[in-house]
Design a binder for this molecule. Structure first.
Ligand code: IVH
Length: 684
């Protein structure tokens, strides 16, 4: 991306994010998922990281929040209500710790980890033990006074509970501190912050009721909570049966660790998430996050990640605040099922019945924890429905065992360079005519063998004599073809783990293994590669002759038929077939794609005494000291040819253990026979 392109993209992203942010924060309306919105923010932040001079003060990365609603009384905060930096992967969490450690190298860091509940952040002020004022975050400095609404929440005490001395002692406070806490709770001012939420059960009950009554439904529990609190009529809030979980004790009463804040608020009569936990180091944090990620479906409330807090409060001052987010906290979010990315291309794949399926090739993107590169578009009708063009920014979703899909196009992010997709009129695989029956949605390739040929070529490409991709067998090739994930060899190198996971027979481990063995084949001997291409009349032997003669693929693809024909063992027909293959436009395209993915190892010119020059050698039986391949190679390097059957033309037969009928035939024809020992001596 050029700087100019980055500048344009940044402007478009800012506009789009601002638009959704306004709808969400100010109008309480949702039109794209949090995950998709986060994904856009992430892209913007990444671009701004690359081009720091393009960051403007009005960028949503500089301040992400809405304005307070006019209707509520303004509620200035004693200390700003900040936001959190996000992380989506283990690496990002470790990088965060790295940055902290750089600032305070001597500190031994431990953490307190909390559920990041998905509701609305509120601040509660108690004076002389009585609930005085409750406020939303607003813009962080000034919130909305929603006291009346918060008073309807049963788990927000209207009067603080007075802690017992014993309880505070157990938390680790000394006599003086205990006195101060109790007297402040009784006579002073205390501020507590936490999350007001709607449980999943209440959300469903309410929506059932609203549906019956023909009322508008709540979009999700979070919106249910946020919408109810920012309501002018407290009766409506009461009906919504919200809940409250505390996560911070703002008033400084001598607490040294964040962990203690959670303990204090409990003694004051608040609920805290029971899952919250102390973690001794970052490895424990990561382990804990994985545990929570698995269990969270069963929680009674929505939880979109974990908040990691540096436990030692005394470190906060030195760590400071970056933008609007404290450096001592991090939101480690769960991998979202949706993300935004770019449609780099739309290709078609041909199924068993000849149907052409359009598939979007995406800029690789991590969705729900794995990378995907393809999304099926099903057919032309679906492309029309989505209105998707090549070059578009789209929202993609990957849910469980379902093939990744494009859910929505973001047309505001278009640059004008997007291209409409047209169904090809010629089959991209076999060149056959593509037709559409009147009553059908599908387009088909007229040639009946198209699929069979493709399939056979792919099998040959991945086979042991070819690229030798372990684990990519017949059944899996069929599945990949069926889902439109591959239609020619280079497509194999575009596969990502997330493309495989939804397929039958695949689990995380097997998907990872297959991607690994594909990656292994990215480095391959020229001979194997030539054989894998499936050029008519080119088998292993001819591939070896070609590789040894030319030494590299570029020379082979440029060679004239006469030059190829001049190689001993290669006749006119074969030479023509080879040079014809390399001159075919479609094959050329495919070859270029392959060469971008695969690094070829050229054969080393071998200088051995040509003791077998001009001789035809047959191997039979099992050799103890050499594999069959090594034995063949040894013969070839010494000028000999290997043949699989004995005839009058055979010059030498090498016999190993338990030889077959070739041995008898050799004796019959009086051909020279040697055993393995002699053979080894000969090639030494
Ligand atoms: S700490 C910097 N702790 O997440 C202060 N926030 O993205 C942030 N949230 O506005 C507050 N659970 O609404 C904190 N255990 C938790 C939280 C939590 C949910 C929300 C909160 C905040 C937002 C920040």
């Amino acid at each position: 991306m050029t700087k100019q392109e980055a500048r344009e993209r940044i402007e478009k992203l800012k506009e789009e994010i601002r638009h959704h942010s306004y709808l969400y924060h100010v109008r309480d309306k949702i039109d794209i998922s949090d995950a998709a919105w986060d994904s856009l923010k992430h892209e913007l932040a990444e671009l701004e990281k690359e081009y720091p001079d393009l960051v403007t003060p009005d960028s949503p990365t500089q301040r992400i929040s809405g304005r307070p609603l006019e209707e509520f009384k303004k509620a200035p905060h004693s200390q700003p209500m900040l936001s959190l930096q996000d992380a989506f992967s283990e690496e990002e969490v470790k990088e965060w710790e790295g940055r902290i450690q750089k600032i305070i190298p001597s500190a031994k860091l431990d953490y307190f980890c909390e559920l990041k509940m998905d509701g609305l952040a509120v601040s509660l002020i108690y004076e002389k033990g009585v609930f005085l004022r409750g406020a939303t975050r607003g813009d962080g400095r000034i919130g909305e006074d929603v006291t009346q609404n918060l008073r309807t929440i049963q788990s927000i005490p209207l009067r603080l509970r007075l802690p017992e001395k014993k309880e505070l002692k157990e938390i680790g406070f000394n006599e003086a501190e205990i006195k101060k806490i109790i007297s402040t709770a009784e006579k002073g001012k205390i501020e507590i912050r936490g999350e007001a939420i709607m449980t999943g059960r209440v959300f469903e009950e309410l929506n059932r009721k609203y549906k019956k009554e023909g009322k508008a439904l709540l979009a999700n529990p979070r919106n249910g909570a946020a919408g109810s609190i920012r309501q002018l009529d407290p009766k409506i809030t009461a009906e919504r049966q919200l809940d409250f979980f505390a996560y911070a004790f703002v008033t400084d009463l001598g607490q040294k660790r964040h962990e203690q804040e959670h303990e204090i608020v409990k003694t004051l009569g608040f609920k805290v998430a029971p899952q919250n936990r102390y973690c001794e180091n970052i490895e424990e944090v990561i382990k804990f996050q994985k545990e929570i990620a698995e269990k969270r479906e069963k929680f009674p409330f929505e939880c979109d990640g974990m908040v990691i807090v540096v436990n030692e409060n005394s470190l906060r001052g030195r760590l400071g605040v970056v933008g609007k987010a404290p450096r001592w906290m991090l939101a480690y979010k769960f991998a979202a099922a949706e993300a935004t990315t770019i449609v780099e291309d739309i290709v078609v794949n041909i199924g068993r019945t000849g149907v052409l399926t359009p598939v979007a090739v995406l800029k690789p993107v991590s969705v729900a924890g794995v990378t995907i590169r393809h999304a099926t578009l099903h057919n032309m009708d679906e492309i029309k429905r989505l209105g998707v063009k090549i070059g578009d920014t789209v929202i993609v979703r990957r849910a469980g065992d379902v093939i990744p899909e494009i859910v929505q196009v973001l047309p505001k992010l278009r640059t004008g360079k997007e291209k409409e997709f047209k169904m090809p009129r010629e089959c991209p695989i076999c060149g056959g005519k593509v037709i559409k029956n009147k009553n059908e949605v599908a387009w088909r390739c007229e040639s009946r063998d198209c699929f069979a040929i493709t399939r056979r070529q792919l099998m040959h490409f991945v086979s042991r004599q070819g690229m030798d991709i372990e684990g990519l067998g017949e059944k899996i090739i069929d599945q990949l073809l069926k889902e439109g994930l591959i239609s020619e060899a280079p497509d194999i190198y575009d596969l990502e783990e997330g493309d495989l996971l939804p397929l039958e027979r695949f689990a995380e481990k097997s998907a990872k293994n297959l991607i690994e063995s594909i990656d292994k084949s990215r480095q391959a001997p020229l001979v194997k590669f030539l054989n894998a291409l499936g050029i008519l009349h080119v088998g292993e032997e001819t591939a070896i002759d070609l590789a040894n003669h030319f030494g590299d693929i570029e020379k082979i693809r440029k060679a004239e038929p006469e030059e190829i024909n001049a190689i001993p063992n290669i006749g006119e027909v074969v030479a023509k077939s080879i040079s014809g293959w390399f001159r075919d436009e479609k094959k050329e395209k495919m070859l270029n794609r392959l060469l971008k993915e695969i690094k070829l190892e050229n054969p080393k010119p071998v200088r051995r005494k040509q003791i077998l020059k001009g001789m035809t050698v047959v191997l039979t039986g099992e050799l103890a000291g050499l594999t069959r391949e090594q034995a063949k190679e040894a013969v070839r390097q010494r000028g000999g040819d290997v043949s699989s059957s004995v005839s009058a033309e055979t010059d030498l037969v090498v016999v190993g253990n338990e030889p077959g009928s070739k041995f008898d035939k050799a004796k019959e024809l009086g051909i020279k026979i040697i055993d393995e020992k002699e053979f080894l001596k000969m090639i030494k």
